[in-house]
Design a protein around this ligand. Structure first.
Ligand SMILES: Nc1ncnc2c1ncn2[C@@H]1O[C@H](COP(=O)(O)OP(=O)(O)OP(=O)(O)O)[C@@H](O)[C@H]1O
Ligand SMILES: [Mg+2]
Length: 232
């Protein structure tokens, strides 16, 4: 039997503001398959559709046409609450614009994904403290996020994405605000996730990331289409 794809896109189109004067076609006929444990990079110029594709893969949006399957389930056919469930159970997200709560402190931001999980406060705190420690953020646990540097905010965003121990990490331009040293730390984290058999999907135009040995496959995007796959 063929190994099942964890994530599959079949002939996916994404059109924003459909039928309006500002209609934008972001993705055209995109098909791909991602296997469990793969590290895949989406590479392409600004506006080529990387973030749009990540949103579809991560069940944050629905395609205009075509299908997105997560573990053989057609995402477009699921009611919103099931979609939310899949999102929480399967994915950790590092967003391009962090999406942190600026006026909340570091600990609150990191613990946020745990709140729907029926954990006790003590368990929540223990998990959050462990991950703070791992990311060198323990000393900043009570600092409001808007008073952190860009690199520190990036690390909070990464810690928050990993706190649920997700099977799939989705990272949108995760080195955008990092210097070389922090980018190397991030690469270490991603390598460790790869060794643990996690699936990682990264959108980036940073050669430091897409040329890294942990990358299994590069999907090259251009004008909303997949232009090529390396290795093909
Ligand atoms: N929410 C939205 N509403 C309308 N248009 C959008 C929306 N999000 C993206 N677009 C448009 O869709 C196209 C693809 O955008 P997308 O953000 O997916 O590209 P990207 O490859 O992630 O770019 P970047 O490297 O700058 O992050 C662009 O033309 C963009 O302007
Ligand atoms: Mg983007």
């Amino acid at each position: 039997m063929m190994e099942a794809g964890l994530i599959q896109a079949e002939g996916v189109d994404k059109i924003y503001n459909r039928g309006k004067p500002d209609e934008i076609r972001a993705l055209t006929n995109v098909s791909l398959q991602i296997k469990p444990g793969e590290v895949v990079v989406l590479k392409g110029p600004s506006g080529s559709g990387k973030t749009s594709l990540l949103s579809l893969i991560g069940c944050m949006a629905r395609p205009t046409s075509g299908r997105v399957l997560v573990r053989d389930k057609d995402v477009a056919k699921l009611p919103e609450r099931f979609l939310t469930q899949i999102r929480r159970k399967t994915f950790g997200f590092i967003f391009q614009q962090f999406n942190l709560i600026r006026k909340a402190d570091v600990l609150e931001n990191i613990a946020l994904p745990l709140f729907p999980c029926n954990m006790t406060m003590a368990e929540t705190r223990e998990r959050a403290e462990a991950i703070l420690d791992r990311f060198g953020l323990s000393g900043k646990r009570n600092r409001k996020v808007h008073r952190l540097s860009g690199g520190e905010q990036q690390r909070v965003a990464i810690a928050r994405a990993l706190i649920n121990n997700p099977e799939v990490l989705i990272a949108d331009e995760p080195t955008a605000h990092l210097d070389r040293k922090l980018a190397e730390d991030l690469a270490e984290i991603l390598s460790a996730l790869h060794r643990d058999g996690k699936t990682v999907i990264i959108a980036t135009h940073d050669p430091f990331l897409y040329d890294h040995p942990f990358v299994d496959r590069i999907i090259v995007m251009q004008d909303g289409r997949i232009e090529g796959v390396i290795p093909s």
